[in-house]
Ligand binder design. Structure first.
Ligand code: HEC
Ligand code: HEC
Ligand code: HEC
Length: 313
């Protein structure tokens, strides 16, 4: 099912004005249009709106974009929170990036993107800019003539087992805090990377929330004591400890911020699993992904083929 396309008014204002410091009300509840786990073509925003993607194969949705995996991840981690369809130019697919700039004659959107990253003017402040390694990744690709990439992600295989046919419930019965002073405990269930792209906060390579059951609402505190393990194609692993809000994260710019062990800069694509370190039980994700914004797909109802929340094994 395709989602109803409705962009949150707050995000639209941000996109038009570029005034990212403008305060936006933190919506404690979100109303997703999704009713199932089979949709593709939309990116969910933290404020409950969606970014229209009138194509299949956009960055952030897990489908093939035509972009090399590492280039795709730079865009997913820093740009698509705004350039997902609302703010021009759209930066979701190979066709988007190789299109001519509408503002700068003789340059492609990819060349403009590189220019703006190198100038330090994209993403606009207070978002944390791509690190030098990411800019180099993007620059190397543009200098090489922007070659088309292979397939980064694999199709959903129906899920990692477990009972996804459960009623919507906040098992903990407690809401987390939206206030920024709680850091890693903030905003359980909501899309961490998209909001940080728009409003500031650390530039995570991965972040999300683990719940006891499959359909828990935004802001509901999840389940602590588990681990999320990501593995890249070279076999390097990153282990993230799930904290008392149910959240986990990885911040290559500040390894101490989140409780992580292993390789912080995995080479995309990667596979992921949830592990119970006490019992050894695991729940793997069937496919491979490049986007680390887990809650974009693992929303209450699930999006882009995900069955719902990431939940305990
Ligand atoms: C917070 C929202 C936001 C984020 C995140 C963001 N942009 Fe933008 N971008 C804008 C806005 C607003 C404009 C139009 C105003 C302008 O050009 O400064 C824009 C314009 C652009 C343009 C067209 C103008 C030109 O100079 O050709 C490019 C290219 C661009 N952004 C690339 C990027 C890239 C690459 C990233 C990620 C590294 C990124 N943007 C992240 C909001 C954002
Ligand atoms: C609705 C927007 C929004 C969402 C959703 C959000 N954040 Fe944040 N986050 C922010 C902003 C804004 C800041 C910067 C606050 C500041 O620097 O004062 C921030 C800062 C942080 C910090 C740094 C705090 C510090 O003390 O340095 C951490 C860690 C963090 N967020 C984790 C997360 C995690 C994990 C998630 C997802 C489960 C998440 N955030 C979701 C807006 C958000
Ligand atoms: C682009 C969308 C997308 C993103 C981003 C995503 N997932 Fe998934 N995930 C899926 C889909 C689709 C499935 C169901 C099919 C499958 O298992 O491949 C799934 C299934 C899972 C499962 C197993 C099934 C279950 O219901 O528990 C786990 C665990 C999981 N994901 C963890 C993660 C973690 C951790 C992240 C972030 C690092 C993440 N996912 C990011 C799409 C996504």
């Amino acid at each position: 099912m395709r989602h109803v396309v409705s962009l949150g008014s707050c995000s639209l204002a941000l996109a038009l004005a570029g005034a990212v410091a403008v305060a936006c009300g933190d919506a404690n509840t979100t109303s997703f249009a999704s009713s199932g786990g089979t949709s593709s073509g939309s990116i969910f925003l933290d404020d409950g709106g969606t970014i229209a993607q009138n194509i299949d194969g956009g960055a952030g949705t897990g489908t093939t974009t035509g972009l090399p995996c590492d280039v795709q991840k730079v865009l997913e981690d820093g740009c698509i929170g705004c350039h997902g369809g609302s703010t021009s130019p759209r930066l979701l697919t190979y066709a988007d990036l190789t299109a001519p700039s509408t503002q700068y004659a003789g340059q492609t959107v990819a060349q403009r993107s590189l220019a703006r990253m190198q100038a330090g003017t994209m993403p606009p402040k207070p978002a944390v800019p791509p690190n030098p390694a990411e800019v180099t990744t993007f620059s190397n690709w543009v200098q090489a003539g922007a070659p088309k990439g292979g397939t980064c992600t694999s199709q959903p295989d129906g899920g990692g087992g477990g009972n996804t046919n459960t009623p919507p419930v906040c098992t903990s019965g407690k809401n987390g805090s939206t206030s920024s002073d709680v850091g890693v405990l903030m905003d359980p269930g909501r899309a961490c990377l998209v909001c940080h792209q728009q409003r500031g906060g650390p530039r995570f390579s991965m972040a999300g929330t683990v719940y006891p059951t499959a359909h828990e609402p935004d802001m509901c505190i999840g389940i602590a004591g588990l681990q999320v393990v990501a593995t890249d194609t070279a076999g390097a692993t990153l282990t993230m400890t799930v904290n008392s809000a149910g959240n986990f994260c990885a911040d290559p710019g500040d390894p101490k911020k989140c409780q992580t062990t292993g390789t912080l800069n995995l080479v995309p694509p990667f596979s992921v699993k949830v592990v119970n370190p006490t019992t050894g039980a695991t729940r793997p994700m069937g496919g491979t992904i490049t986007s680390g914004d887990c809650n974009v797909c693992h929303s209450q109802n699930g999006a882009n083929g995900a069955p719902g929340r990431i939940f305990q094994p």
